[in-house]
Design a protein around this ligand. Structure first.
Ligand code: KE4
Length: 416
């Protein structure tokens, strides 16, 4: 009934083999498949469920709103409250527009950057994923700044010719791009922590360097914080690293598990978004009250003291435990954690860009993933994703996960 049996490709188990789990329900850190098998879940709907599955404050908030209707296509107080919560948490965001997916958020932010600068080119980084809008679906580049080539059938070359790609963590390639296309690059869009090639943090100085180059070249800096927003710190990655983007894209957590995302930033830029300005963007369900309720309940819980220390401790315990066991069984593994997100790759390290990430041992990942699933641990079914802990994950969840991981790592180590 559904292409590949899934509504989003990465769910299809294409890189790990076998049949995707059909999920029946979730509660806290756990999910159950339709055969009744229980799993400790580290996908968390790909990031949104930072409070855990079926979190009581979110369900309560949604129920309250739903009693009064589910959608009006008109301004509501609750969308304004979520906008205020976002602006309160992110000083760089003075105005914000709600949309319904991260793809919409990045697509719209890029249109705004082009509209405000009058320039057409966009620079992105290999291995960073910003959703599936045509101009951002470009194939992996080479080691230098390259012009984008279509990453999918159906994407015309004309749509990717304006997309420049550079290796992540490589400021020299960015300097070269600005030299090659002077005055043509409208913006740089970057995942401040790359979460779609495994979990790859920025090298010290990388983000600051992008800020400096954008200022020098008259380009705008867009942080795609769809994944990192409210995931790694109270002020998101921009707060963690102290670099102020001109525009920020958000998703996942700001919708609390419901379809909601956003883009926002400097007043002088956001004022140019229709109907205040001429840069057009629209959406039937943008600011949907039920989704706003889920997002607002999530952000309010995340404003409580100690939540990011707890999330960081859980993710770090997991990453360090995996590293320790891998070293004990003698399998090459690189692990990372930043706030409530973590990554691991069957690779000796270092991993600072997509070309390096691609050198991971996919056979070992596949074996590890399968043994973890059989052991009741649900991980992202791809070596190029990031794992997420929630406030519902307990120290005993981590301990259980590491017990299963030790055996799974031994099995992976047996693959040459
Ligand atoms: P959505 O359109 O899927 O809501 O957001 C696109 C997007 C934008 N920016 C970043 C940094 C993202 O990570 C994403 C979506 N992430 C993927 C996988 N990491 C979601 C899972 C999927 O595609 O099914």
């Amino acid at each position: 009934m559904i292409p590949g049996g899934v509504n989003s490709p990465v769910r299809g188990f294409g890189s790990v083999g076998g049949t995707p789990l059909f999920i029946d329900r979730g509660k806290g850190s756990r999910i159950w498949d339709i055969d009744g098998n229980e799993y400790i879940d580290y996908v968390g709907s790909w990031g949104p469920l930072i409070l855990g599955h079926a979190a009581p404050p979110i369900l309560k908030a949604m129920r309250e709103v739903m009693k009064r209707g589910t959608s009006f296509g008109a301004p509501t107080e609750i969308e304004t409250q979520l906008a205020e919560a976002i602006c309160r948490a992110l000083p760089s965001v003075k105005k914000v527009r709600m949309v319904s997916s991260g793809t919409e958020a990045t697509m719209s932010a890029i249109r705004l950057a082009r509209g405000c600068t009058g320039r057409d080119r966009v620079l992105k980084f290999e291995g960073c994923y910003h959703g599936h809008s045509d101009g951002l679906l470009v194939g992996a580049g080479s080691g230098v700044a390259t012009l984008g080539i279509p990453g999918s059938p159906g994407v015309p070359a004309a749509m990717t010719e304006l997309t420049v790609q550079a290796p992540y963590n490589n400021l020299e390639a960015v300097v070269e791009a600005f030299a090659r296309w002077p005055g043509e690059i409208a913006c740089i869009i970057v995942e401040p922590i790359a979460g779609n090639m495994g979990c790859v943090p920025p090298r010290p100085g990388f983000l600051k360097g992008l800020r400096t180059l954008c200022d020098a070249e008259g380009a705008l800096l867009i942080f795609d914080e769809v994944m990192t927003g409210f995931r790694v710190a109270k002020g998101s990655a921009q707060g963690l690293y102290g670099v102020r983007p001109d525009l920020t894209c958000l998703g996942k957590i700001v919708g609390g598990g419901m379809p909601a995302a956003a883009y926002g930033g400097r007043n002088d830029l956001m004022r140019q978004v229709a109907p205040a300005g001429d840069v057009y963007q629209a959406g039937t369900l943008s600011g949907n009250p039920v989704a706003m309720a889920a997002g607002l309940a999530t952000l309010e819980r995340l404003e409580e003291p100690g939540v990011y220390e707890q999330l960081g401790a859980r993710a770090q315990a997991l990453a360090q435990g995996l590293q320790r066991h891998a070293d004990e069984v003698g399998v090459e593994l690189t692990t990372t954690s930043v706030g409530g997100m973590f990554g691991f790759s069957f690779h000796p390290g270092p991993i600072e860009c997509f070309a390096q990430a691609q050198e991971n041992h996919e056979g070992r990942f596949r074996r590890f993933f399968t043994r973890m699933m059989q052991g009741g641990i649900n991980l992202a079914p791809s070596a190029y994703e990031t794992g997420f802990v929630s406030l519902a994950h307990t120290p005993s969840d981590i301990q259980r996960t590491l017990e299963v991981a030790r055996k799974a790592l031994e099995a992976a180590a047996r693959i040459r």
